[in-house]
Design a protein around this ligand. Structure first.
Ligand SMILES: O=C(CO)COP(=O)(O)O
Length: 253
């Protein structure tokens, strides 16, 4: 048994405008304010909205344990990087998490192993918890998936290690083939990969909690929470009631 809280993280990606984001925040804030799993400290909650909505989301959740983070950050702390947002600014705003290396950023925006490593260092340097996305591209065996994820993790940590940076990392295991799909990977597959990841992490001397993402929604957490430390939610928590119903699945660990 493990007394650590279950993590429920949520990325809104670029799905919602301002009004819908803030409505979602208000509804979820009211649901979590009275939820036993929250009141008893059994969950760690984070939300990653679009950059301009970080501050208003923080305001709405200010009396709740929901922490706010960013979906990306730049690897430098300041300078001539038009359009970018630094970890230093995010930390100054009170953000607590920074998502790094999501498959969409790799596929659509040229994110590479090198930029992921630089961004992981930038997050740790600024006291932000990296939500480091890893995952295999094609559906195969659990061993192949874990091997791909551990290689991505090792590569992502190289720059932080070189700079002597430490801090907690949340490993978001997201099989690329399960992102934006009709269904998540199966609970058995997720559990197998998470168990292999845990062994791999411990053999390599790393400490990271592991959350699963990729079409995760209501009904999944109760089937994987012995192996995974939580979920990284997307579309299937767009309905605030779905988010609240996932909270109902959080069991005593
Ligand atoms: O990428 C994800 C979370 O960041 C998962 O997104 P979906 O749950 O919408 O597939």
């Amino acid at each position: 048994m493990n007394a650590a809280p279950i993590i429920l993280g949520m990325s809104l990606k670029m799905y919602f405008g301002q009004r819908r984001t803030l409505d979602w925040c208000r509804e979820v804030a009211s649901a979590i304010a009275r939820h036993p799993a929250v009141l008893e400290g059994r969950v760690e909650l984070f939300l990653l909205p679009s950059f301009p909505l970080i501050a208003p989301a923080q305001e709405i959740f200010s009396t709740t344990p929901m922490r706010i983070g960013a979906q990306d950050l730049h690897w430098e702390d300041q300078g001539a990087f038009t359009g970018e947002v630094s970890g230093a600014l995010l930390a100054e705003m009170g953000a607590r998490y920074a998502e790094i290396g999501h498959a969409e950023r790799r596929r659509l925006f040229g994110e590479t192993d090198e930029t992921v490593a630089l961004k992981t260092a930038a997050a740790l340097r600024n006291g932000l918890t990296p939500v480091l996305c890893v995952g295999e591209t094609h559906q195969g065996s659990a061993e192949q998936a874990a091997q791909a994820c551990l290689a991505q993790l090792e590569s992502a940590l190289t720059e932080a290690q070189r700079q002597g940076l430490h801090g907690e990392v949340i490993l978001a295991y997201e099989p690329v083939w399960a992102i934006g799909a009709a269904e998540s990977a199966t609970p058995a597959f997720i559990a197998e990969v998470c168990d292999l990841l845990r062994t791999g992490l411990s053999n390599a001397g790393h400490r990271a909690r592991i959350i699963y993402g990729g079409s995760a929604g209501p009904g999944l957490l109760s089937r994987i929470q012995d192996s995974a430390d939580g979920l990284f939610l997307g579309r299937f928590a767009h309905d605030p009631r779905a988010f609240a119903s996932i909270l109902d699945e959080v069991q005593l660990r």
